[in-house]
Design a protein around this ligand. Sequence first.
Ligand code: PLP
Length: 431
Amino acid sequence: MYPDLNSQSAKNFERAKAVLPGGNSRSTIELKPHPIYLTHGAGSKVFDVDGNAYLDFINNYTSLIHGHACPAVTEAVTKQLSLGTAYSFGTVQEIEHAELICGRVPGFDKIRFCNSGSEAVMNAIKAARAFTGRPKIAKCEGAYHGSYDFAEVSLSTGPEDWGQNEPVAKAYSKGTPQGVLDEVVVVPYHDEVAAEQLLKRNAGDLAAVVYDPVSSRVGMISPTKAYFEMLVDFCQANDVMLIFDEVIAFRLGYEGAQGVHGVTPDLTALGKIIGGGFPVGAVAGRSDVMAVFEEGGGLPHGGTFNANPVTMVAGMATMKEMTRDAFDRLNEMGERGRNEFNEAFKRAGVTAQVSGQGSLMRLHLTDRPMNSYQSVYPKPEEADRMLALHHHLLNAGIYIAPYGLLCLSTVNTWDDVQYLIDTVIEGLAKS
Ligand SMILES: Cc1ncc(COP(=O)(O)O)c(C=O)c1O
């Protein structure tokens, strides 16, 4: 049963805390009262040090689209390992992966690899600044874009910050310089009229608007056509770069979220699935903007492990299996899952709903309409119920993010999803 302070996981946590602050290297995997330590993963399942198996519906926070130990990835990586893992030279693997990704998305003339989604967002912002010669960026309240100081602004605003006319620029990390806050314009995610007013007021100083079309903290709710139109029109009229953060959103389709929504941003930050389970990030976009990375372009960009050959072959093996049909099949299962979830809640008389797009879902333990960051923000009693539900799921052998985010991968079957739905209903009926 979770939690179990006598479990091997709990003991590992005590040991870890002696050498790792907080017992880990990653705040996002914290779990109270103790995290779970894994031995291995296979397909849709992961296995912990106490011998428990879990259906893994988080897939390393959406980065694995074929589940664990995908045979094609394992084969490609094994072959590469025997050829060496890192060189101070270019490789054909890097060119091939660049061709594969640019070949799929009309707006990707060129691509530049790095090692994480955070770096990708940072480099996209730096590229926009270098190209436009302007200092500011705009981002949505509550939207997560990784750990670059500027991208973190107002990630954690809560009820104490609301009630003002416009969203506040609030530091996420202690010690964030005021100068960072001064350079970030925070706009609401779903209100295009309010967002446009704020953008217009800062138009002359803005290098970029950074936007995630499937923002997890905003419930992964699909943005409206009107919001996209406002973003595109504003950016075009004011020579501001539109940056899509598709670190997660790229799993929405063969041409990413931009293909699904029919919008072509100037730059796109990528990560997660394009590395096939290895650390990765990338910036892709218009060739005149991407030229800032060229010699004399104004944005030198190093990185010892950029375009690492192991990552490149793993990413290629993963993406080659993600044909248009494979995306359609996965997204259909996601759509059916969301529908069946919401039907099941109604039938059971349970106060809950599921939102999301494609293979991504987010559970909310309320029936209020989900139409903004503020409406998605859980009330304390909802957060308590979610924690209880999370423990119930763990004990039934299911893993989702503790705040209700989950995703499907190509190795999931409908039986997996049905089991998830039944177990969620059972857990909520208890609470
Ligand atoms: C939308 C989005 N952008 C950026 C990042 C940062 O990516 P990474 O964790 O690889 O640095 C994440 C990570 O979850 C993300 O969800």
